[in-house]
Design a binder for this molecule. Structure first.
Ligand SMILES: [Zn+2]
Length: 163
């Protein structure tokens, strides 16, 4: 099967367009956009979380710990959107199945567990997004702009199911 290869830079550029709509909790649109710009730059240049978090903490007067949570959470969302673009391009007919892979560590949460359970046999990409949204609402998560990040510091990811 022919597979379209897109460079990381192309996927990042496409992700930027989709990310424009998303805002963080507890910040204004302006601050959110600026933080997002810094984080995207960090992802682009493959800077570490700590370095990017320090830049943000300094510029926006945030505690470093909080800045680090924002960087980790937002970077996860950026990677999720890039992966979504990759999935869409490698499966234009939308027939492929995906599941939510729960990264088993101390931070794993009930939302991810629930999404993992409901998608364990594989669902299409749109359905997976719906399940994520439903479980976030059920858990009382306010920020539904994050489509691939279910809770702060989430590390769980979508995974294509091959049968
Ligand atoms: Zn998670």
């Amino acid at each position: 099967m022919a597979r379209i290869i897109h460079t990381r830079a192309q996927r990042l550029a496409a992700a930027k367009l989709r990310l424009r709509r998303k805002t963080f909790d507890r910040t204004t649109r302006e601050v959110s956009n600026d933080i997002q710009r810094i984080i995207l730059g960090g992802v682009d240049k493959k800077k570490g979380y700590t370095k990017t978090a320090k830049t943000i903490a300094l510029k926006h007067d945030l505690p470093e710990k909080q800045a680090e949570t924002i960087v980790k959470t937002e970077t996860h969302e950026i990677r999720g959107v890039m992966q979504e673009i990759d999935f869409e391009q490698s499966d234009p007919s939308g027939k492929a199945k995906y599941r939510w892979l729960v990264i088993s560590d101390s931070r794993k949460c009930e939302i991810c567990e629930a999404v993992g359970k409901r998608s364990k046999n594989g669902v299409n990409l749109q359905r997976l997004k719906e399940i994520i949204r439903e479980e976030k609402i059920k858990a009382g998560m306010k920020n539904l702009d994050y489509e691939w990040t279910l809770h702060p510091r989430c590390r769980c990811v979508a995974q294509r199911v091959f049968k």
